[in-house]
Design a protein around this ligand. Sequence first.
Ligand SMILES: Cc1cc2nc3c(=O)[nH]c(=O)nc-3n(C[C@H](O)[C@H](O)[C@H](O)COP(=O)(O)O)c2cc1C
Length: 189
Amino acid sequence: MAFKKLSSLNIKMILPLHGPVYRNDIAYILDKYQKWSTYEPEKKGVIIIYGSMYGDNENAAEILASSLSEDGVMDIRVYDASMVDPSFLVSESFRVSNIVLIAPTYNMTIYPAIDVYLDDMLRMGLKNRTFSLIQNGSWCPASLGLMKKKLSLTPSFKFTATEVTVSSSVNEKTREDLKKVAKEIVQSL
Ligand SMILES: Cc1cc2nc3c(=O)[nH]c(=O)nc-3n(C[C@H](O)[C@H](O)[C@H](O)COP(=O)(O)O)c2cc1C
């Protein structure tokens, strides 16, 4: 609404409450503001955010990324939540349409690095994204249900149908499930 009012003005400079003063590329910046403020993804693309203690979820992330690539998706990025600052993961979540979360179950909770990302992203009020959820657990997997509970508080979030459970490491069944998830993501893009 406010952006419509501004559209007739010849804007020379933007001085935001937070961040740098913009003197150049005003149209580019206004386009970003428009998308961020309406929660419209900048790109039809996929980020895969995984947590991994022993490498199995990293493997699942790579398998899913390969399947997506085989299915023709061009914009795919894979992030290790333990290595990338959550603020960066949040900005990536504003950029793309689809977010895949792969989380170990950690003493019957969500693996901490994924949980920190989730809370930060929810605090920023992101909307209108499609999530695909994958959990890992060796004896009593619980992270998927807990992630879904948090995400379900935002009514505009959608979920792809197949929920994947990795039992410690990827096997033939989970490999097939991951391929299914890739197809569902392609359909939702
Ligand atoms: C500290 C710790 C706590 C764990 N807690 C659980 C748990 O509560 N329930 C469960 O089923 N698995 C639990 N696990 C097993 C992990 O979920 C599983 O080993 C991990 O997801 C495997 O994926 P990764 O190889 O990518 O680390 C735990 C593992 C560790 C190291």
